[in-house]
Design a protein around this ligand. Structure first.
Ligand SMILES: Nc1ncnc2c1ncn2[C@@H]1O[C@H](COP(=O)(O)OP(=O)(O)OP(=O)(O)O)[C@@H](O)[C@H]1O
Ligand SMILES: [Mg+2]
Length: 563
C-alpha cells in the first residue's frame, strides 16, 4: 500500500470537516451539469475495493470548494487506467503483489454521478442544482444524516415507504400532500411489487386523511386479506382501518361472501342509467368500429333511456322496434347484429339490474366527500377487462361530474370545497392510450391537474401504452423493475436529467425495489420498499389509538364542562 503522503498527514481529506463525516470515496475530475460528473475513485483500504463497494443508485455527497454540498446519485461505475500496458500486459493472476501495486497506481475506478440537489452554506433546505462542484472536489458516501436532511422526518405529512439501498436505517418518506396534489403512477413488470407498494402508499394516504381514495380493485388486491405466492397472508385496507375510513363495495357479493370477505355494500348499476359515452371508451376492447359507436348514439336518441335494455332484450316487440330502423334505412343490419353480438358480454355482468333502488353514485360521492375511501371489489368480474373498464368509466364520469359541480359551488361561495379524491386504476394504459385518452374522463382528470380536487393513481405494467401527454402530467412516478426499452423511455419522459437514471432503473432487483422520482420526493431515490407487514399494521393502529384517545379527550372535556 502507498504510504500516506506528507501533505495528507497535514491536510487530511475529510475527517476534520465536521459537515462531511461520510466515508471518502474519490475526487471529481470532470463532467458537466447535463451529463453528470466523473469521479476518480480512491483505491480504498484494499486497493481497488472501492469500485466493488459502489452500486448504481447509491447516494454520494460532493463537498464543493465554496462550502456547497452537492447530493448526487451514482449512475455508472467503470474501470480505467493511465497506461495502455495495463490492458496489453496485465499482471499474472498469481502475482498478487504486482496486481495490488497496479490497482494502487495505474489502474483505478471511475464513477459517474448525477448531481441532483445542492445545500448552500448555512441553509437547511436543499435546492435543485444549477451548477456543479469544482475540479478535485472531494466525494464522500452520503451518510444517514445527509439523506435524512434531504427527505425529512416521517410526520403527519411525510410517509415512510422504504429505505435507500444499503442504508437500512434511513427512512425515505414521501410528501403526501405533493403525492396527491398531482396524478401519480406506480409502474413495473408483473410480479415486481406494484400492488404491495400501492397498498403501502394507500395506507399512508388513508391514515393521513389527506384524500379519499376510490380504488378500482381489479384483482382483489386492496380490500380484504391477500395471500402471496407462498401462501403468506397480508392484511387488506379494510382490516387496517375502521368503517369511517375505508369501505369495501363489491360487484360480486357471492364471491366476497364465499371468501369470507366483509363488505359494506354491493354495487348495482341500472341499465337505464347507462349512456353511450359509458361504452364508447370500450370500443377498443369490444372491437367496436366507429360506425358501430355512432350507432349507439343513434339508438340512445331514438329509443330513449331504455336503449341498452332493448338492445339486449329477447322480447319480440323490442326486436321489431330495432328492425324498423333497419327497414327505414337508419341503421345497417350488419351493424345492429354486430353490436348485439358484442354486447352479449353485458348480459354476463350480474351487477347490471333493471331496477335499482339506491343511487349508488350519490352514496359513493357522499362517502368520498366525507373522507371515506372506497375499495370497489370486482370479484369474478376482475377477469373481464370490459367489465372493469366499464364500471371504472361509468362511476368515474359521474363522480367527477359531482366533484366539478361541488367545486364550482365552492368557488361561488355556495358550499364547501370537495374533499380531495384520488382515483386508483390498474391496467391504466387501457384507459389512457393515445387513441382514446383525449376523449375519456381519465385523460381529462390527468390533464386538468387537480383543478377539481380529483387526481389519478395509475398502476401499470406497460407505461409505454400511456399517452405521452398524460404521462407528462404524472407528477410522482414510482417505478419497479422494467426491462422493455419503450417502457423505460416512457417513465422517464419529461424528467430532466433522466437519461442518467436509466441504468439505475434497469438494475433494480426483481422484487421490492423501486425508483421514485418526481413531485413527492426532493430527488430521485432508489428504495427497498418497506415490508408490508406487522410493523406497518402496528404503526397504523397506533394512529388509530391516538385518534381514539384524542376523541376520548374531547368527550372527556365535554363531560367535564357540561357534566
Ligand atoms: N413491500 C413488500 N412487502 C412484502 N412483500 C413484498 C413487498 N413487495 C413485493 N413483495 C413480494 O413480491 C410479490 C409480488 O408483488 P405484487 O403482487 O405487488 O406484484 P405486482 O407487480 O403487483 O404483480 P402483478 O403485475 O402480477 O399484479 C408479493 O407476492 C410479495 O411476496
Ligand atoms: Mg398487482
Amino acid at each position: 500500500m502507498i504510504p500516506e503522503s506528507e501533505l495528507e498527514k497535514h491536510f487530511p481529506a475529510n475527517q476534520d470537516n465536521p459537515s462531511t463525516p461520510g466515508i471518502r470515496i474519490g475526487t471529481i475530475v470532470g463532467g458537466s451539469l447535463s451529463k453528470g460528473l466523473v469521479v476518480k475513485l480512491d483505491a480504498g483500504e484494499l486497493p481497488g475495493s472501492m469500485i466493488e463497494q459502489l452500486a448504481v443508485g447509491r447516494y454520494v455527497v460532493v463537498q464543493g470548494l465554496t462550502e456547497r454540498r452537492f447530493f448526487c446519485i451514482v449512475t455508472d461505475v467503470a474501470l480505467e487506467h493511465t497506461n495502455p500496458s495495463v490492458e496489453s500486459n496485465p499482471p499474472e493472476a498469481t502475482d498478487i503483489i504486482m496486481a495490488e501495486v497496479y490497482r494502487s497506481t495505474l489502474a483505478y475506478g471511475k464513477a459517474n454521478v448525477a448531481p441532483m440537489l445542492v445545500l448552500e452554506h448555512g441553509s437547511e433546505e436543499p435546492k435543485p442544482v444549477k451548477t456543479i462542484p469544482a475540479h478535485f472536489s472531494v466525494v464522500v458516501q452520503a451518510n444517514e444524516e445527509d439523506v435524512a436532511k434531504v427527505f425529512g422526518k416521517a410526520d403527519s405529512d411525510h410517509f415512510y415507504i422504504g429505505n435507500p439501498i444499503e442504508m437500512d436505517q434511513v427512512p425515505i418518506n414521501v410528501n403526501l400532500d405533493r403525492f396527491i396534489e398531482r396524478s401519480s403512477g406506480v409502474f413495473g413488470k408483473s410480479g415486481t411489487g406494484k400492488s404491495f407498494i400501492t397498498r403501502t402508499l394507500l395506507s399512508g394516504i388513508v391514515k393521513s386523511g389527506k384524500a379519499s381514495c376510490l380504488i378500482f380493485d381489479m384483482h382483489n388486491d386492496y380490500g380484504w386479506a391477500i395471500k402471496n405466492e407462498h401462501g403468506k397472508e397480508y392484511k387488506g385496507l379494510q382490516q387496517l382501518f375502521d368503517a369511517h375510513q375505508v369501505n369495501v363495495i363489491t360487484l360480486d357479493p357471492e364471491t366476497s361472501q364465499a371468501r369470507g370477505n366483509r363488505h359494506d355494500g354491493a354495487l348495482h348499476i341500472p341499465y337505464d342509467a347507462i349512456e353511450p359515452e359509458d361504452i364508447a371508451m370500450l370500443a377498443g376492447v369490444l372491437t367496436l368500429s366507429e360506425v358501430q359507436v355512432n350507432a349507439l348514439y343513434f339508438l340512445r336518441r331514438r329509443l330513449g333511456r331504455k336503449w341498452l335494455r332493448k338492445l339486449l332484450s329477447n322480447d319480440e316487440n323490442d326486436q321489431s322496434e330495432l328492425d324498423e330502423f333497419v327497414q327505414q334505412g337508419d341503421l345497417i343490419k350488419g351493424t345492429l347484429g354486430a353490436i348485439q353480438r358484442k354486447f352479449e358480454i353485458f348480459r354476463r355482468m350480474g351487477f347490471l339490474k333493471t331496477n335499482v333502488s339506491e343511487d349508488i353514485v350519490e352514496t359513493l360521492f357522499q362517502k368520498l366527500n366525507s373522507g371515506i375511501s372506497i375499495v370497489l371489489e370486482f370479484g369474478i368480474y376482475g377477469d373481464s377487462l370490459p367489465a372493469y373498464m366499464f364500471v371504472a368509466n361509468y362511476l368515474t364520469r359521474r363522480i367527477h361530474h359531482r366533484y366539478v359541480a361541488t367545486k364550482n359551488k365552492a368557488f361561488g361561495q355556495q358550499g364547501d370545497e370537495p374533499n380531495p379524491l384520488m382515483i386508483v386504476i390498474e391496467e391504466a394504459h387501457k384507459f389512457l392510450d393515445p387513441e382514446i385518452s383525449q376523449h375519456t374522463i381519465f385523460g381529462t382528470i390527468a390533464r386538468e391537474l387537480r383543478k377539481y380536487n380529483v387526481t389519478l393513481l395509475v398502476v401499470d405494467q406497460r407505461p409505454s401504452g400511456i399517452d405521452d401527454e398524460v404521462m407528462s402530467q404524472i407528477g410522482t412516478r414510482v417505478t419497479c423493475l422494467l426491462d422493455n426499452e419503450s417502457d423505460i423511455r416512457a417513465v422517464f419522459s419529461g424528467v430532466s436529467g433522466a437519461s442518467a437514471l436509466r441504468e439505475v432503473l434497469a438494475r433494480l432487483d426483481t422484487q421490492q425495489q423501486a425508483l421514485i422520482m418526481g413531485h413527492a420526493v426532493p430527488m430521485p431515490v432508489v428504495i427497498r420498499t418497506r415490508d408490508y407487514g406487522p410493523e406497518l399494521y402496528a404503526e397504523i393502529s397506533q394512529q388509530e389509538h391516538k385518534l381514539q384517545s384524542d376523541s376520548e379527550k374531547v368527550a372527556q372535556a365535554k363531560t367535564d364542562l357540561f357534566g
